[in-house]
Design a protein around this ligand. Structure first.
Ligand SMILES: Cc1ncc(COP(=O)(O)O)c(C=O)c1O
Length: 402
């Protein structure tokens, strides 16, 4: 008898077969499905701002369309877009990149894909600290490389150079850093970043610094870009950046990468044969985002700051949960292991039951390599936060009594 696999007309890529679908996107879709069925859903799953794109940015896009900026652009993006990125980094971090070191991309995600795919070979090891953004290991797998994870739970998810050192082998090629981190909200302090880059330079490795949440940092932590490291430490560094979170532009699909010219040339080959160039209209919008007034960023950050303070205090009062203070991004990452000692054993079961019993979406920590945790996004209104925390409290009490 033929197995269903043999009966399938498809002989799919082994690398793609090894990839997992995105849990964060799955959580968003689960929330949408429940909402469509009429449920009163509280959504803490979203990895995107609940704010609308600022008006000045929308205006720039409208003007671009009217002016006929609707054609292919150079693969790296227009010179004006490259210059807006260069000027932003020079003004903010004092480092001047050349045009040969800068490209626009279709979101930060494409910057990451370009950077990994153009660097690693089959069997290379890609070093990824836990907890990680769900996409990092999957890009490595797609490229035929092997993700190797760094344990950080013993330091409350604050990454240390020594933790990376423990997993390095002769096959290590690339380290992917993400500060502020999705999901933990942890920020790598500048001195530690420096120490990690020295290690990377000593071992002849490469680093991608995913700076997607660059500006969403809460005092006493400070905004820090790897671009401000000394030139000698930046020779093997690629920065992946995004307009999605900072300017509430997730749907526009616009981001950028900064890397040494040789790496950039390889990334441009990948992009040239995949998406050709970032969306021409989104590029004009992104120029306005970087060059125009920044009040909208400040006001979104003020709102996140208030929500974060409220949420952390409220989660402290939930029985069975304990939560580190995230220093950046817009997520809390509470430990729920106390609630997993009865009938419900895993973070995925926790998230599934919370969804069906309380119509509340969170993302299971296991998706980020951190079983025993859940990710709670506070990119949602105070009203939703209040209602959602009340539902989590009710649910946690129930689990503790089971
Ligand atoms: C850590 C991290 N990096 C990159 C991205 C990708 O952002 P985008 O492709 O929308 O720019 C995300 C989005 O959730 C993220 O959380």
């Amino acid at each position: 008898m033929m197995t269903s696999r043999a009966a399938s007309p498809f002989s799919l890529s082994d690398n793609v077969a090894r990839m997992k679908p995105s849990s964060t996107l799955a959580a968003m879709q689960a929330a949408d499905a429940l909402r469509a069925a009429g449920a009163d859903v509280v959504d803490f799953g979203a990895g995107e701002p609940d704010f609308d794109t600022p008006e000045n940015i929308k205006g720039a896009a409208e003007q671009a369309m009217r002016a006929g900026q609707t054609k292919y652009t150079p693969t790296a993006g227009t010179r004006q877009f490259q210059d807006a990125i260069i000027n932003f980094y020079e003004n903010q971090f004092g480092t001047r990149y050349e045009r040969s070191e800068v490209m626009g991309t279709s979101g930060g995600k494409q910057a990451l894909f370009n950077a990994v795919v153009s660097l690693v070979n089959r069997g290379d090891e890609v070093v990824i600290p836990k907890p990680y953004w769900v996409t990092f290991p999957e890009i490595a797998i797609l490229a035929g490389a092997k993700p190797v994870f760094v344990e950080t739970e013993d330091t409350g998810f604050s990454l240390r150079r020594e933790q990376i050192e423990l997993v390095l082998t002769d096959r290590s090629k690339l380290v992917i850093l993400n500060s502020p981190s999705n999901p933990s909200g942890r920020v790598i302090p500048p001195e530690e970043f420096h120490r990690i880059m020295e290690l990377v330079a000593d071992r002849g490795l490469y680093v991608i610094s995913d700076e997607c949440y660059l500006r969403f940092v809460y005092p006493p932590a400070t905004v820090f870009s790897a671009a401000s490291l000394p030139a000698a430490l930046r020779t093997r560094l690629c920065i992946a950046g995004s307009f999605s979170k900072t300017y509430a532009m997730t749907g526009w699909r616009i981001g950028y990468a900064l890397a040494p010219a040789d790496w950039m040339k390889a990334m441009l080959k990948v992009q040239g044969h995949s998406t050709s160039n970032p969306n021409s209209i989104a590029q004009q919008a992104a120029i306005e985002a970087f060059n125009g007034p920044q009040e909208s960023v400040a006001s979104m950050l003020a709102e996140y700051t208030a929500r974060r303070a409220w949420l952390l205090a409220a989660l402290k009062e939930v029985p069975g949960l304990s939560c580190n203070e995230p220093e950046g991004a817009f997520y809390a990452f509470p430990n729920v292991t106390e609630c997993l000692k009865g009938k419900t054993k895993t973070s995925a079961e926790f998230a599934n039951r919370l969804l069906t019993e309380e119509q509340t979406v969170v993302t299971e920590g296991a998706a980020f390599g951190a079983e025993g945790y859940i990710r709670v996004s506070y990119a949602t209104s105070m009203e939703q936060l209040r209602e959602g925390v009340e539902r989590i409290r009710r649910f946690a009490r129930r689990l503790l009594e089971e």
